[in-house]
Design a protein around this ligand. Structure first.
Ligand SMILES: [Zn+2]
Length: 198
């Protein structure tokens, strides 16, 4: 291991351990907020296979299940300050921010980003539901949120129980999840959230 890697490893460990661990346990999940990141003018990654952007994809699938699942959909179209205000008003037990990945066309799998890069109740429920529903797919586990750090910090202002999920790679034809399957997944995932008892 090179010196730079050792320095990076040291820095990462100590950055992580500086995050407070007195997160209250999650007894029951009643109020759920789902964030659609990206905006109508900056729609995130595009998927050629799905013929859609991250923004349009999650708008489509989440609006489809909104009334039957009794959850809040929070858009970022008015900026992060508005998201923060809306989350304060909703006062959710959990916040989940929905994305899909894009890399080199062949990367695959699903992952969850948590504030400190460690597994949480939310990342467990997400990964368990993915594993059950899509058993042939690659589980990439829990990641430290280099990219989504800012987003998770905003979400954590409303509740420490927040996660950013990347269920697939939109630029990999073999890894995409079509909207009908994602709708089914979101129903199951939401049911599993509601079944949770701390
Ligand atoms: Zn994204």
């Amino acid at each position: 291991m090179g010196l730079m890697n050792r320095i990076r490893g040291f820095f990462r460990q100590h950055t992580r351990s500086s995050i407070p661990v007195d997160v209250p346990s999650l007894d029951e999940i009643n109020t759920i907020a789902y964030i659609i990141d990206h905006t109508s003018w900056a729609q995130g990654a595009d998927s050629y296979e799905l013929e859609t952007s991250e923004y349009q994809y999650y708008q489509n699938v989440l609006e489809h299940v909104r009334s039957s699942l009794d959850m809040h959909i929070v858009y970022r179209d008015n900026g992060w300050a508005a998201v923060s205000d809306e989350l304060q008003r909703i006062n959710p037990d959990v916040v989940v921010e929905w994305h899909f990945n894009s890399f080199n066309g062949s990367a695959q799998g699903y992952e969850a980003l948590t504030l400190d890069g460690r597994p949480s109740v939310l990342s467990d429920i997400f990964l368990d539901t993915m594993r059950n529903e899509f058993p042939d797919r690659v589980e990439r586990g829990v990641k430290y949120p280099h990219r989504g750090k800012y987003n998770l910090h905003i979400a954590s202002g409303a509740t420490p129980h927040c996660v950013l999920v990347e269920p697939f790679f939109g630029d990999n034809t073999n890894d995409v999840i079509y909207p009908s399957d994602m709708i089914r997944f979101i129903r199951l995932f939401t049911e599993n959230l509601r079944k949770h008892r701390g």
